[in-house]
Ligand binder design. Structure first.
Ligand code: TRP
Length: 76
């Protein structure tokens, strides 16, 4: 996967449980900043990967996050 050299082929599934749930992508490297955000409404699902550019994801709002490590709920 040429666009994702340091990333894995794993996907993270985020399902919004309320309207206006936000998902932020944080940059990889020394400088940690938000480089992208997505707004999800209740029931919407976002499927994402970590990449060369994204090393962390922050979620604001009620959502269920599914990864190979298990299922986590954000709390509100
Ligand atoms: N830019 C940081 C990095 O690539 C992003 C990051 C990853 C981070 N994990 C973190 C920032 C944990 C704070 C806490 O490592």
């Amino acid at each position: 996967m040429e666009d994702n050299v340091t990333g894995s082929s794993e996907y993270v599934v985020i399902k919004a449980k309320s309207n206006g749930c936000q998902v932020f992508g944080l940059t990889r490297g020394q400088d940690t900043r938000l480089h992208h955000s997505e707004k999800l409404d209740k029931g919407e699902v976002l499927i994402v990967q970590f990449t060369d550019h994204t090393s962390a994801i922050k979620i604001r709002g009620k959502a269920v996050v599914m990864t190979k490590h298990g299922v986590v709920d954000t709390e509100e």
